[in-house]
Design a protein around this ligand. Structure first.
Ligand code: AMP
Length: 597
């Protein structure tokens, strides 16, 4: 691998690279930079967003620009105002230690007079959206006669947005001897035709596989009934307390509805769509960029150009009509060397569309089981415990109260105290998931198991049946999925025992194990202890007429396996809003603000 020092950059650029913290060139940079610095060739680079392409063309471009001459030497065309601003900002960073480089972003939706004034002062590099640039050319404010380099960034997006004619018109304005670079996530007939018409024997560079998704993005789906989509979305968010992602919807109406419901239910979410004013859109995007929002519910058009690097999730609440759009959506995660997941909520009738997308993306899509209520509660609990572990207690104010607190709680031993603290934090959450738990699980169990292209969902990774076991430990013993898995792992000496669905109750629980492991696991756990209690595990019976082993002595319903979790409690349904606020590192959600828009 070549490093930046060996690439032929001037000390000023190298210093900027160092300040930006770029240690090694990314693959697209390794390929594009030497070509740009070392020759005149036109370049087509097929690379997703987030692969470092701005620096790939921007660093050599800044170095090659002569700041002693007061004319426009380079033109960068890109699809959106946000991307314009992003590129302009990045190029300004690259030029921090070089001469006085003048870069101007011109885009629609902003005052054209200011842009005309800016152009009149003379700029070295114009970063433009095609529509606005045509306007400025028409008003003779933009003069492209001295441009020697043209860069078409996110060319496929520009074509998707209907800019083909504008691009043709602009390219006719630029002198023919120029150098042209074209960056695109996908290769299409239209891109090939632009290349043929305006480029001179371009060198083609592909990062990853042509038209495929980024390497570090995995693809998963839930096959569900349409009516359960929102519930599943909530489960994804609840199962991933640190989620930071975009939820893509098909229409503005759907976007607003989903966002409003999430906000109503206490999630840190907001909507981004075309019915909002530019100012409102900017405000939402900014909130999202600085992570004051965890979930951005957006239409494809509104989210174009939104540039965020560390998204953990892309959720396709609705599959896009155009399969290419899926590549753009999923390419928003797994950026800058990080990993990400693109999850699709697929309606039964949409299976066919999913297969089409899968073929285009050239990566397997994995059917994943919907997290159960108990899994979610366990995950949330441990997330909270982690925060508890790391919380700073260095407050003098607390010290003052400690003696009184100690006196008041003197009658509670450590275990009792822990139980109460956890209950305080979690009872509402647990209530939330008690009711309605099986509505979704039934659907996922039944329908996620469909066979598609020889693959099956996670449950089916282990062929064979599952046996439902009873264990004499429950939530009041501090027994949650993590404890169960740990108990199984420590007593089976690292054997990978496939565990299925887990149903935790107060004083006992049920869990499924792949049938061929059932006897072995029962034997292995028969001598085990949990918090000084002897563990008792046995196959869950349809009817119980003999006393159970272990310490469980409570009454059970006549038919264990028939008992549905939603009948266990009269708790609130999943659709009812939570009356607590989500506490997250993303800051508090301001409900009023969300509503007032
Ligand atoms: P881009 O594809 O140009 O939007 O870049 C995606 C992200 O990668 C941006 O946040 C860049 O700052 C970052 N980046 C670009 N080049 C490098 C590099 N060589 N090392 C680390 N990060 C980089």
């Amino acid at each position: 691998m070549t490093n930046f020092e060996e690439m032929g950059f001037t000390p000023g650029i190298l210093k900027a690279i160092q300040e930006l913290g770029f240690e090694n060139p990314m693959p697209v940079q390794e390929k594009v930079i030497p070509l740009m610095l070392g020759g005149e060739a036109d370049i087509i680079a097929l690379a997703q967003t987030g692969t470092g392409k701005t620096a790939a063309f921007g660093l050599p471009l800044v170095q090659a620009t002569d700041t002693e001459i007061n004319n426009t030497q380079a033109l960068i065309l890109c699809p959106t105002r946000e991307l314009c601003m992003q590129i302009t900002g990045d190029l300004t960073d690259y030029a921090r230690f070089t001469g006085k480089l003048k870069i101007l972003a011109v885009y629609g939706g902003a005052s054209i007079d200011n842009q005309i004034r800016g152009l009149k002062k003379g700029v070295h590099i114009i970063v433009a959206t095609p529509g606005r640039l045509i306007d400025l050319i028409g008003r003779r404010a933009a003069n492209l006669s001295s441009v020697t380099t043209v860069i078409l960034d996110e060319a496929d997006e520009m074509l998707n947005m209907g800019f083909l004619d504008s691009i043709n018109e602009i390219l006719e304005e630029v002198p023919h001897g120029r150098r042209t670079l074209l960056f695109s996530a996908t290769m299409s007939k239209e891109i090939t035709s632009i290349a043929r018409k305006y480029m001179n024997n371009p060198v083609e560079i592909t990062i990853g596989t042509k038209n495929s998704s980024a390497d570090n993005v995995s693809h998963a789906y839930y096959l569900i009934h349409a009516k359960d989509k929102y519930k599943v979305l909530k489960r994804i968010a609840d199962f991933e307390p640190d989620i930071y992602g975009i939820v893509f919807c098909r229409t503005r109406k759907e976007t607003q509805e989903v966002a409003s419901k999430l906000i109503d239910d206490g999630y840190n979410a907001d909507a981004l769509h075309g019915d909002l004013s530019q100012m409102q859109r900017d405000a939402v995007m900014q909130k999202f960029r600085v992570k004051n929002l965890q979930l951005l519910v957006a239409t494809d058009v509104a989210a174009r150009g939104l540039d965020v690097d560390d998204l953990t999730h892309i959720i396709n609440y609705s599959l896009p009509d155009d399969t290419e759009v899926y590549t753009h959506r999923s390419g928003r995660t797994g950026r800058a060397g990080k990993t990400g997941i693109s999850i699709s909520l697929v309606h039964l009738r949409e299976r066919h569309n999913l297969q089409q997308i899968e073929r285009m993306v050239k990566k397997p899509f994995k059917a994943i089981p919907i997290p159960t209520g108990t899994e979610i509660c366990g995950k949330q609990l441990f997330h909270w415990l982690k925060k508890l572990e790391n919380v700073s207690t260095d407050h003098q104010e607390i010290e003052k109260f400690l003696p009184e607190i100690k006196e008041k709680l003197a009658g509670l031993d450590r275990e009792e105290l822990l139980k109460r603290v956890v209950s305080l934090q979690f009872d509402r959450f647990l209530d939330d998931y008690r009711n309605g738990e099986d509505i979704i699980d039934t659907v996922s169990d039944r329908e996620n198991s469909f066979e598609r292209s020889g693959r099956r969902g996670k449950r089916e990774e282990y062929p064979g049946n599952y046996t439902r076991l009873f264990i004499n430990l429950g939530k009041s013993d501090g027994f949650y999925p993590e404890q169960l898995i740990e108990l199984v792992n420590t007593n089976t000496k690292g054997k990978k025992v496939p565990i299925g669905k887990i149903d935790l109750l107060k004083t006992f629980s049920f869990f499924e194990v792949e049938s061929s492991y059932a006897d072995e696991l029962i034997a292995a756990l028969s001598n085990a202890t949990f918090m000084d209690r002897r563990v008792a595990v046995e196959i869950a019976q349809e009817k119980t007429d003999k006393p159970r082993t272990g310490e469980y002595s409570g009454k059970r319903p006549a038919k264990w396996s028939d008992r549905k979790p939603e009948k266990r409690s009269q708790g609130r349904s999943e659709n009812k809003s939570r009356n607590y606020k989500r506490d997250s590192r993303f800051g508090k959600k301001d409900k009023k603000k969300n509503y007032s828009r």
